[in-house]
Ligand binder design. Sequence first.
Ligand code: ADP
Ligand code: ADP
Length: 230
Amino acid sequence: MIRLNGVSVTFGRGATAVNVLRDIDLALASGETLAVLGPSGAGKSTLLAIVAGLERPTTGRVAIAGQDLAGQGEDGLARLRARHIGIVFQAFHLIPTLTARENVALPLELSGADDADARAVAALERVGLSHRLDHYPAALSGGEQQRVAFARAVVHRPSLLLADEPTGNLDRATARMISDALLGYRDETGGAVMLITHDEALARRADRLLRIEDGRILTTEPATSGAMAG
Ligand code: ADP
Ligand code: ADP
């Protein structure tokens, strides 16, 4: 599902160049869950942006869903994202002028689906928000907003679900609900899930755990408790 070979990212040049990712090799198969842990500034968000096709590597190769990203223009990358990738962010990133169902329907509408609203409603029902369909984000709690964001990320059934600190702004109970939904997505669909987190307990529920620091992979651990944590 994901293959990174020798990926480096450098911002700036000369004396002010910052090596944010250094020679990263990473593979993630369909049906696998991966957690990425590391201190602030380690390069986690940059890694996610690379995997999402939102950022291009300075050197190295990236392939997503069997397609080499180097051969894709911006339109190709946008199409790849729209078909194969869903992303959940820490700060929700809902559009404030759209209702919950409109937020979830938007990516489907942009890709020309004629049943966007019905599928948006079904996805919101799946996350227990059938009573919040016509609410605007400002009228929703943080946990509800993240459930809308999750529904938006999965409404097109992506084969790759990405999350960047998805529980960072949530209380414990809500964080648990979102974590269950993210990890459950693999069981439900057989897709791949990659999540960035500061939360060791959440990270340990993934099949594999990758620690990065200063742009390098320190360790890759098979999670020992993933199978029983459900
Ligand atoms: P993390 O998600 O682990 O906190 P990031 O990937 O956000 O780390 O950032 C890693 C480093 O890269 C930080 O030092 C950050 O300041 C730097 N960085 C990120 N994006 C840019 C950019 N567009 N230009 C310059 N430096 C950047
Ligand atoms: P279908 O499987 O026919 O699309 P469902 O009622 O199972 O219908 O799901 C409706 C929508 O909800 C789908 O687009 C699906 O991607 C999304 N969805 C919402 N929550 C989840 C979840 N936890 N796991 C998988 N899909 C979900």
